[in-house]
Ligand binder design. Sequence first.
Ligand code: HEC
Ligand SMILES: [Cu+2]
Length: 352
Amino acid sequence: MGISPVLWQFLVKWLHNAALFPSEASTISPWMDAFYLFLIAMTVVGLVLVGALVFGFAIRYRKERNPVATQVEGSTLLEATWTIIPLAIFLMAFVWGALLYYRIYTPPPNSMNIYVVGKQWMWKSEHPGGQHEINALHVPTGTPVQLTIISQDVFHSFSIPDFRVKREAIPGRYTTVWFEATQPGTYHLFCTQYCGTQHSGMIGEVTVLSPTDYQKWLQQSDSGMSLAQNGERLFASMGCNACHSGTAAARGPNLAGVYGSKLTLTDGSQVLVNDAYIRDAILNPSQHVTAGFAPIMPTYKGQISEEGLIDLVEFIKNLQTNYRVQQTQMTSDSDQAAQPTPTAGQSEAVKP
Ligand code: HEC
Ligand SMILES: [Cu+2]
């Protein structure tokens, strides 16, 4: 679904060769460029129109020709015209922009997920299979890739100009953005929000590979432990399993299958368990107590790094039916990426 008339291709190529535009390396790029060029075109039309009128009126109504000022009464037709036409253009820009916004920030359900942690001053990417990268990101072509982004310290902004995507990295909150790369190659990765003295060094490289090369890369970069397996270790070493053992006598709810389900809290409200909820349940357990349980879970604020929290989130995500994690190292294949739908049955824990 690209926009591919010849003239368009020609224009975009020229803009890229003239170093005015980054290359179009994702499926959204042509759509983004079309919108951007539309805005430029409208601005140019406005500029030319206003400029020509200023010039024309200055000549036509100059003092020699009109020594005495004439009183001009209003014109309803004229006023209606210059209200309705710009309004229509602005509304069109709004709708177009809003559609693109939804497109960029709503990942398709079949997208593969990569975690990105921003910190002063580097980007750290973590693939579910456990592959870690610093100021680098490897992705395959032809697959929607969702990034789950968080900052460990201050605000950052994750930007890949060639893909026309950008997303804030916010401390304490997961944000997402997605793209589908179309061209193998290497592309710039930037932090586009001033974040301290070495902000300008917070750059990196995105490497887009063909799906087979990406599988090779995953194998070469295998760290031996998937994020979920790291999480499983952490879960034991932090003593989480003392309460979340999954047995009937456990003091905490069974976490198997909880991801994607709806939990009922003590105040009767319902919440969807997603990445953000799990992170928050670990850091602020008293904020939302699951119905049927006592508020005995201690807070782990300040005790687990963002990477550790991601590991725990991945572990709990992968706890489908019991407390054993799949031993898969490569989590990029689509069957592994399958997650329970939000409508999946409630966990045991909800039943009083
Ligand atoms: C002292 C026992 C205890 C420990 C230790 C404990 N929890 Fe909990 N946890 C609970 C209880 C009780 C609840 C339900 C009440 C609530 O939400 O606070 C809960 C709720 C949760 C929830 C919300 C999901 C749900 O089904 O309610 C998550 C996620 C969670 N715990 C993860 C963890 C992790 C990860 C650790 C270790 C870092 C941990 N817990 C350590 C007792 C504990
Ligand atoms: Cu930054």
